[in-house]
Design a protein around this ligand. Structure first.
Ligand SMILES: Cc1cc2nc3c(=O)[nH]c(=O)nc-3n(C[C@H](O)[C@H](O)[C@H](O)COP(=O)(O)OP(=O)(O)OC[C@H]3O[C@@H](n4cnc5c(N)ncnc54)[C@H](O)[C@@H]3O)c2cc1C
Length: 262
């Protein structure tokens, strides 16, 4: 069982985030793994453990600091890491990112078959939730999205997903791309041994040329969308706190009338 897990390097959601030239500012001090990708790593580790053998390869498309995301994957138990990093990839949009991830999977697949690619349900900075499906389209593999439960048997993956008022059960044969919901599992806490080993564990760095990526398929040149502006949301208006001493209802009604909310 050989599983590729995609892990995105994102600004910590608890940090003050900023933009420069319409791009998210990424600093090593505040960069971390996309939290939702920990669910993907956990799902991959569980499948390999259940199979009794296999390899989990973490892949990140990012600048050099993206190694932070790979180290987190190592801490949880990923066996191998690939950082796809190249100036030519800067400014990639969803399509460029998916193209780079697909080329990475194809190269890994050429060495030894990849059975499954597992992704998170969204990247907490871009929030596109489209990369898994685009990646599957590039590879020509089926996509099973937003899995809440994952089961593997007889060369097929069956998932349960919640869609509005419906609980769906879907199945597809390997190889495929699977995105897991944040409710799919509880990511494990790394143990001391893995944390220590992850500090010095080596990962590979592949360039756009290593993946034979066409210059017009990735980076700014390949972006089909243009970010016209990006600015932090203005702070919220002052909050009006009313201590209810028996007149709370009246104060609430007055507030609604004052703000034209009725
Ligand atoms: C015009 C434009 C310019 C941009 N410029 C930059 C830029 O210069 N630098 C930059 O970092 N971003 C840039 N972005 C944002 C970046 O391209 C998106 O974050 C990217 O397309 C992925 O989309 P998403 O974050 O919405 O992923 P989603 O679709 O929400 O991600 C779903 C899952 O896909 C996987 N995934 C997504 N992205 C990656 C990745 N990079 N590596 C590994 N796994 C991944 C993760 O498992 C994630 O949980 C730009 C976007 C646009 C539109």
């Amino acid at each position: 069982m050989r599983i590729v897990v995609t892990v995105k390097y994102v600004p910590d959601i608890a940090s003050d985030r900023g933009f420069q030239d319409c791009r998210v500012v990424r600093t090593p001090a505040e960069g971390t793994i996309n939290e939702l990708d920990e669910n993907a790593i956990e799902a991959a580790l569980q499948l390999v453990e259940a199979a009794g053998e296999g390899e989990v390869v973490a892949v990140s498309v990012a600048g050099p600091d993206g190694a932070v995301a790979l180290r987190k994957a190592f801490q949880m138990g990923a066996h191998r890491g690939v950082l796809v990093s190249d100036d030519a990839l800067a400014g990639s949009d969803y399509f460029g990112t998916a193209a780079a991830l697909a080329a990475t999977v194809e190269r890994l697949n050429a060495d030894a078959p990849v059975d499954l690619v597992i992704t998170g349900m969204a990247a907490l900075d871009g929030l596109g939730s489209v990369v898994p499906t685009l990646l599957a389209a590039h590879l020509g593999w089926p996509a099973l999205n937003l899995a809440k439960k994952v089961a593997l048997a007889d060369g097929a993956v069956t998932i349960t997903r919640e869609a509005d008022d419906v609980t769906e059960e879907l199945s597809a044969r390997l190889p495929l791309v699977l995105s897991v919901a944040d409710t799919a599992n509880k990511p494990r806490l790394p143990n001391f041994k893995l944390i220590m080993a992850a500090r010095t564990k080596e990962y590979e760095t592949w360039s756009a040329a290593d993946l034979a990526l066409k210059p017009d398929a990735v980076g700014q040149a390949g972006a089909r969308t243009e970010t016209l502006s990006a600015a932090p949301r203005p702070p919220r208006d002052e909050v009006e706190l009313v201590t209810d001493k028996g007149e709370g209802g009246k104060a609430l009604a007055a507030f609604l009338i004052r703000n034209d909310l009725v």
